[in-house]
Design a protein around this ligand. Structure first.
Ligand code: 1CP
Length: 342
C-alpha cells in the first residue's frame, strides 16, 4: 500500500502527514466558480457527472492534495428519499419538513434511492481512473442525526431545535426516521465504494448538540451500525467519522463505532487529542479554517503546532471544518508548503 492517506488510515505514523481539506472544491477557487456558473446552480452541478468530476479534480490539479473528496452534498440522500430540496442563493438549503408520522410514511424505502443518485455514482466512476496514483478517493455521506436535522426543520438551524423537539415529542417517528436514513446511507455508501471510493467519511456536523444518552443513541449507534455493515460488505474499507463538536464524547468514539479515523473540529486541542484519542485511531484535523482567510505567520505557526502535536501517531492533516468562500487560495498553498516543508 503506497498511498499516504491509506497508510495513515491503516495506523502508520508517517514523517509527513497526508493532507486534504474539507470543502476543498468550493467557492474560494475561481475555477470552481467558473464550473458552477456553467452548471447554473449548485444542485445541477451535483447531478451533472462531468461537471461534478471536474470540480472534484480541481483542487487535486491545483494543490496535489493526498485525498480527493467526491463532489456532492449530504442533502442528496433526503432528496433521493423523496424530500423536496432547493437552495436559496445566499441563504442555504431548504427542504420539505417532517413533523410527524405522515411525513415519514411519504418517504421512499432504502432501496429506492439509486435511480436518483445514479449521477453521483457516475461522478465516482469518472474521477477514479483520473486520479494521480498516490491520491486517495474519499466518498461521504451525512450521519443520520445531521441529515435528520435538515429533514425535520427543512433548513439549517443554529441549535437543531425542531429535531430535538420531535425526538422528545414523537420518539417513534424520530427513531424510524433515523433508522431509514441509517439504512439508506449504508446502501448509498456501499454503492460509492463499488463505484470507486476507497475510503468513506461520515459527517455528523451537528453531533455536538446531542448529549449523554441521546448522543449514544443518535450519534454513536447509527454510525456504528453504518460502519459495521459497510465493513461486512467491504472488508478492510477504512472509515473516517466526524462527530463534530462532540467534545469529551470524542473519547472512545472510534473504538465504539469501529471508525479507523476520528476527524476533530478546531474546538479540540490537538495535544489533548494526541493523548486522549490518537492511541485508539488515526486523527484527522484540525487547523482553524479562519487561517485560510487571514494567512501570514499565524497560519504557519498554527499549522506547525498541529503537525507537531500529532506527529507521534497516525495523522491526516485537515482543517477543523470546511474552508470558507472568503479564503485566499494562496493561503492553502502556504499551509501545504508548511506541512510538507516543515
Ligand atoms: O454555493 C455553492 O457552491 C454551495 C456550497 C456548497 C458546497 C461546495 C454546499 C451547500 N455543499 C457543498 C459541497 C459539499 N458539502 C461537500 C463536497 C466535497 C468537499 O468537501 O469539497 C461536502 C463533503 C459537503 C457536506 C455537507 N453539506 C455538510 C457536512 C459538512 C459540514 O460542512 O459540516 C453539511 C452540513 C452540508 C449541508 C450544506 N450544503 C451546502 C451548505 C451551504 C450546507 C450547510 C447548510 C446550513 O446548515 O446552513
Amino acid at each position: 500500500m503506497t498511498k499516504p492517506l491509506l497508510r495513515a488510515l491503516a495506523g502508520e505514523t508517517l514523517p509527513t502527514p497526508p493532507i486534504w481539506m474539507m470543502r476543498q472544491a468550493g467557492r474560494y477557487l475561481p475555477e470552481y466558480r467558473a464550473t458552477r456558473a456553467k452548471a447554473g446552480d449548485f444542485l445541477s452541478l451535483c447531478y451533472t457527472p462531468e461537471l461534478a468530476a471536474e470540480v472534484t479534480l480541481q483542487p487535486i490539479n491545483r494543490y496535489r492534495f493526498d485525498g480527493a473528496i467526491l463532489f456532492a452534498d449530504i442533502l442528496l440522500v433526503p432528496q433521493a428519499l423523496g424530500a423536496d430540496l432547493w437552495f436559496v442563493t445566499g441563504e442555504g438549503p431548504r427542504l420539505s419538513t417532517i413533523t410527524g408520522p405522515e411525513g415519514l410514511k411519504a418517504l421512499k424505502g432504502k432501496d429506492d434511492i439509486h435511480d436518483h443518485l445514479a449521477p453521483v455514482y457516475e461522478t465516482l466512476r469518472i474521477v477514479a481512473p483520473e486520479l494521480p496514483a498516490d491520491t486517495t478517493f474519499i466518498g461521504f455521506a451525512g450521519a443520520p442525526w445531521t441529515v435528520a436535522t435538515y429533514m425535520i426543520a427543512g433548513r439549517g438551524t443554529p441549535d437543531q431545535g425542531p429535531a430535538h423537539a420531535l425526538r422528545q415529542s414523537d420518539p417513534a417517528t424520530f427513531g424510524a426516521l433515523i433508522d431509514l436514513i441509517t439504512e439508506a446511507t449504508i446502501e448509498y455508501l456501499s454503492m460509492q465504494v463499488q463505484a470507486g471510493a476507497e475510503v468513506v467519511k461520515i459527517f455528523d456536523s451537528w453531533a455536538g448538540s446531542l448529549k449523554g444518552a441521546a448522543f449514544t443513541a443518535y450519534a454513536l449507534e447509527p454510525t456504528k451500525r453504518i460502519i459495521s455493515e459497510l465493513k461486512r460488505r467491504h472488508p478492510g474499507l477504512p472509515v473516517i467519522a466526524f462527530p463534530r463538536e462532540a467534545g469529551e464524547a470524542y473519547v472512545g468514539f472510534a473504538k465504539a463505532t469501529g471508525a479507523d479515523c476520528l476527524a476533530i473540529d478546531n474546538s479540540v486541542a490537538a495535544d489533548w487529542a494526541a493523548q486522549a484519542l490518537q492511541t485508539d485511531s488515526c486523527i484527522q484535523g484540525n487547523l482553524d479554517p479562519k487561517h485560510m482567510v487571514t494567512g501570514g505567520q499565524p497560519l504557519i505557526d498554527e499549522t506547525r503546532r498541529v503537525v507537531q502535536a500529532l506527529r507521534g501517531g497516525p495523522h491526516i492533516f485537515n482543517l477543523g471544518h470546511g474552508i470558507t468562500p472568503d479564503a485566499d487560495p494562496d493561503n492553502v498553498q502556504l499551509m501545504i508548503d508548511t506541512v510538507r516543508g516543515g
